[in-house]
Design a protein. Structure first.
Length: 231
């Protein structure tokens, strides 16, 4: 097991300084932010994607400090009802998928996102109960019309690039607990037509479970790869 850090909290410092601090703290892994809500504080992901020299520089920097790249973080809302936000977050997510294997990781971390409650909504609508029936109708629209089709396409893109997508279950997004995470993975994988090991899984962050009354140990067991088709 490795201990690492999500390095977005070091925004404002150069990556060289961040790596030095992380290594001196006894950590051996680092998660790099490359867009959406965490931003891209250390390098321009699109430019790095097109530069073998920059890819080599970043990989060498991590290696020189004894750090492995645990994943690229692009936590966003690629299904946001505001099309400008959705397009930007999707583009940054797609760049991360293509960049991840070039920097030595197969993991891209994201949120599931949260659509509006209908095609005419302008803001996300987070629904957590099935009644009154308005809420059931919203959930059906969000899952059947938006989430499952989007993540089925994302799964195919990830598989093509040899990458796995790890959702951080977070309140405010449609995947916010183990049940919603497992359901979206199973439904989107089925819709993708892919066979074999799922490429849609969990970035298990227990901090968001505590205040929802979720036991993080049980959550880890529920989302473990050994639990049937769960990933």
């Amino acid at each position: 097991m490795q201990l690492g850090v999500m390095s977005a909290l070091f925004a404002g410092r150069p990556l060289e300084q961040v790596c030095e601090f992380v290594a001196s703290s006894g950590l051996t892994a680092i998660e790099l932010p490359v867009g959406a809500y965490p931003g891209a504080p250390f390098f321009n992901p699109a430019k790095v994607l097109s530069s073998a020299a920059e890819q080599k520089r970043i990989k060498r920097l991590l290696s020189d400090h004894g750090l492995s790249l645990s994943g690229l973080a692009v936590h966003g809302n690629p299904v946001h009802p505001d099309s400008r936000i959705a397009k930007r977050h999707h583009a940054e997510f797609e760049t991360a998928i293509k960049l991840a294997p070039k920097l030595g990781t197969e993991i891209v971390i994201n949120f599931s996102g949260c659509p509006g409650g209908s095609r005419s909504d302008r803001t996300p609508n987070w629904v957590t109960c099935p009644w009154p029936n308005d809420f059931t109708d919203i959930l059906k629209y969000q899952w059947d019309r938006v989430l499952v089709p989007y993540w089925a396409r994302a799964a195919r893109l990830a598989s093509k690039n040899g990458v796995r997508i790890a959702w951080e279950a977070h309140p405010g997004f449609c995947v916010y607990n183990p049940d919603t995470l497992i359901r979206l993975s199973e439904r989107a994988m089925k819709a993708s037509g892919l066979r074999g090991k799922p490429v849609l899984g969990a970035n298990l962050d227990p901090s968001h479970f505590f205040w929802q009354g979720i036991d993080p140990i049980l959550a880890a067991k529920d989302t473990a790869p050994s639990s049937g088709s769960r990933s």
